[in-house]
Design a protein. Structure first.
Length: 250
């Protein structure tokens, strides 16, 4: 295990944890400002994450393994199926989530668990991308870190709406959305760092599939809904930042 790679990976996950925590703090302390501007963070994160995936991470995984295209598809639909599986426990057959009775707590708990699993997977993705190359890890981290801010906000809001107290909403959203990312790094890094190039390429393509899924199905649709004047500017800025960083490396 190369210590500088481990410390870089852990640092990225800690920054992600802090950004998520900042989102939770902002929506708790400055609710109106947070709700007003969260769309800009989503648009920017969508631009960075999708651009980085298509311009750098996917081509890099294809170079490392001939099986990468297959696992790119597996990564994308694997995360899709995970989300579908979680929704089965959240909503009824018509897709309506019941929050009118005691079951309303489920409206907050199940998405919280889903976000917790997702954030843990983020930590695994950090381990994979940083082990391929620190630059690859940094590129992935930039887009992912910016989507952590609205993720913290969403987790907190769902818990509050489902009937949890402010104190419990703060504690649960921090535990699920923030601390799970460094935990994912600490658990996965020792295993990932011992893998050969071909296996890393496969895992990188799985990670890329997951990143594309998050960018195209979670972030981009929200960006499309944004009607604010400068939302498209935030999206374009995210794309531009990704392109500039990639070109500066090349």
């Amino acid at each position: 295990m190369e210590l500088h790679v481990f410390y870089s990976t852990l640092l990225a996950s800690i920054i992600a944890c802090l950004v998520t925590t900042l989102g939770i703090y902002v929506i708790n302390r400055f609710r109106r400002w947070g709700l007003k501007n969260v769309g800009y963070f989503i648009c920017f994160a969508a631009g960075v994450l999708i651009s980085v995936s298509f311009l750098h991470i996917i081509p890099k995984s294809f170079e490392m393994s001939s099986l990468a295209p297959v696992f790119l598809l597996v990564g994308f639909f694997g995360l899709f199926l995970l989300n579908r599986f979680l929704k089965v426990f959240l909503c009824d057959k018509s897709g309506v989530c019941d929050t009118s009775r005691g079951e309303g707590y489920v409206f907050g708990i199940i998405p919280m668990l889903g976000i917790g699993i997702h954030s843990f997977i983020d930590g695994v993705i950090y381990s994979v991308t940083f082990n391929v190359h620190v630059f690859t890890g940094i590129l992935a981290a930039i887009g992912m870190i910016f989507h952590e801010f609205p993720e913290g906000i969403v987790t907190y809001i769902l818990l509050m709406k489902s009937g949890f107290s402010k104190k419990k909403s703060l504690l649960y959203s921090f535990t699920a959305a923030a601390i799970t990312t460094p935990l994912g790094v600490l658990i996965s890094f020792p295993f990932v760092s011992s893998l050969n190039k071909t296996t890393l390429g496969i895992l990188l393509s799985l990670s890329a599939g997951a990143l594309v899924y998050v960018g195209t199905t979670h972030l981009l649709p929200e960006a499309e809904k944004e009607s604010k004047k400068f939302s498209i500017v935030a999206l374009a800025l995210g794309i531009l930042v990704a392109v500039i960083i990639i070109l500066s490396k090349g």
